[in-house]
Design a protein around this ligand. Structure first.
Ligand SMILES: Nc1nc2c(ncn2[C@@H]2O[C@H](COP(=O)(O)OP(=O)(O)OP(=O)(O)O)[C@@H](O)[C@H]2O)c(=O)[nH]1
Ligand SMILES: [Mg+2]
Length: 218
């Protein structure tokens, strides 16, 4: 008899469901982005600001993940985009089964971009494939330059990093170049973006990147 650790069985099941989600979304030509970042790093603000650039808000949909409240779902709906909320009631990450279940609650006809805002956390979400096509780390300048070095697995498994709140850099004594280099030292393949929703910096570049990614995905 071979013993399989419970943890690896759980992860295997999660990966199977994530793979099925990816197939399902591909068949519907929906590109999925998994956003991971600490509480308050600016994930919802980034979405709200990005959505202003979409003429057809119906091409976007959002799955929100939080331990409690549907505040973020309400914010996204106010921004004109359909959203559903997962309340994990304690869990520090989303899993693929939760995402799969929520897909039935969205009107996916005509949707091209599905954004998943993971539970605010830089550790647990890193281990869970949600069926995304790209994984984005959202990190604000206020978190400090060394966070990529302290939480490497999130950066190792990501495709892109958005450094947010750059308008605050001078007030929090952070050198953005050092933060960028620390992220790249963990994963040299990362696409990097600098944004501020207060000054509307970097949002256009992010939008272009998303549209290019969709073009390559199709
Ligand atoms: N100065 C400044 N503040 C920002 C920026 N982006 C977000 N904020 C502020 O940061 C706070 C947290 O932003 P949220 O968008 O709620 O962060 P979040 O990552 O979605 O938070 P959780 O979902 O709770 O993990 C809010 O008070 C925002 O106004 C920015 O670019 N510059
Ligand atoms: Mg949020």
């Amino acid at each position: 008899m071979t013993k399989i650790p419970l943890k690896s069985r759980v992860m295997q099941k999660n990966d199977e469901i994530a793979g099925a989600i990816r197939e399902k979304l591909k068949a519907q030509r929906i590109f999925c982005l998994n956003m991971i970042g600490s509480p308050g790093s600016g994930k919802t603000s980034l979405l709200e600001t990005l959505f202003k650039l979409f003429d057809r808000k119906g091409t976007c949909a959002v799955i929100e993940g939080d331990v409690k409240t549907d505040n973020d779902r309400q914010r996204i709906e106010k921004a004109g985009v359909q959203a559903v909320q997962i309340e994990t009631d304690g869990a520090c990450h989303l899993n693929a089964a939760q995402v799969d279940k929520m897909l039935t609650g969205l009107a996916l006809d005509g949707v091209k971009y599905l954004f998943i805002e993971n539970v605010g956390n830089l550790i647990c979400p890193a281990a869970y494939d949600l069926g995304e096509n790209k994984r984005m780390i959202v990190i604000s300048v206020a978190e400090g330059e060394d966070k990529p070095l302290k939480y490497p697995s999130a950066f190792m498994r990501a495709d892109m990093v958005v450094i947010t709140k750059i308008d605050l850099a001078e007030y929090v004594d952070v050198d953005i170049e050092t933060l960028k280099n620390n992220a790249l030292s963990i994963n040299p393949k990362l696409d990097l973006f600098l944004t501020s929703v207060k000054t509307n910096t970097g949002i256009d570049s992010l939008m272009i990147f998303l549209k290019d990614s969709y073009g390559r995905y199709e």
